[in-house]
Design a protein around this ligand. Structure first.
Ligand code: IMP
Length: 216
């Protein structure tokens, strides 16, 4: 029996273009047991430079995902996967959307999950349950070489915004996001359950399918 062939060129290394601890934990888990050698910016000695802040200034998840993949693929010079994701709340006309990570900071609060969640509850105060519909969206971009055409995959997961946090697992808006698939908040389920239905789990599994089926 022969060992599974690495679907990636050269060493099979795949640079994951994120420094977000919540995403790193989930992406590592999604690649468990697969023939990829994941590397993260810190492992590659790619220190944070001031221009990294400009990577998420696009107007769509796809634009931001490609910008991050391109930037890190150039710096790391290995196949690179980046994702951009966020929460879209229908009663807020799709906000915070691409601004999810720094939403509160854009409104004069400190940057971070606690302030983002507080702002979300404030903006939805008095909105009835049936109008608190929302979804997470994730776009994954893969670049085999720094100047290659990006491979893009997009996925969503549907839910509702709770009136108070439930659970402490996950990251970001998870304690306020009630998943319709799980009938629980993402803050109160184990990682494996979130991964089965989440925007990131769905998008990354779909990209892995594409990569492992590709001819060498
Ligand atoms: P970015 O893709 O680095 O711009 O950050 C995405 C932001 O969207 C995160 O900082 C979170 O605020 C939010 N977000 C994206 N995915 C998730 C998730 O799975 N759980 C909770 N919040 C998320």
């Amino acid at each position: 029996m022969t060992a599974p062939r690495s679907p990636l060129p050269s060493s099979g290394k795949l640079l994951i273009a994120t420094r977000n601890e919540g995403k790193i934990r989930e992406i590592r888990d999604l690649f468990t047991g697969l023939p990829f050698r994941l590397a993260f910016p810190a492992d590659q000695f790619l220190e944070r430079l001031p221009d990294e802040r400009d990577l998420e200034r696009g107007t769509s998840f796809a634009e931001n995902a490609v910008a991050k993949a391109r930037y890190f693929a150039k710096r790391g010079n290995v196949p690179t996967l980046a994702e951009d994701s966020g929460l879209e709340v229908d009663a807020l006309e799709g906000a915070p959307g691409v601004f999810s990570a720094r939403w509160a900071a854009m409104h004069g609060s400190p940057e971070g999950d606690a302030a983002n969640n507080a702002l979300l509850l404030e903006r939805l105060a008095g909105v009835p349950d049936e109008q608190r519909t929302a979804r997470y969206r994730c776009v994954v971009a893969y670049l085999e070489t720094p100047l290659a055409k990006p491979q893009l995959v997009e996925a969503t997961c549907e839910g509702r915004i709770l009136t108070a946090p439930r659970g402490t697992d996950g990251f970001g808006y998870d304690p306020l996001f009630y998943s319709l698939d799980l009938a629980s908040s993402f803050g109160e389920v184990p990682l494996a359950a979130k991964q089965r239905v989440s925007h990131r789990g769905r998008a990354i599994r779909a990209l892995i399918e594409v990569l492992v089926r590709r001819p060498a």
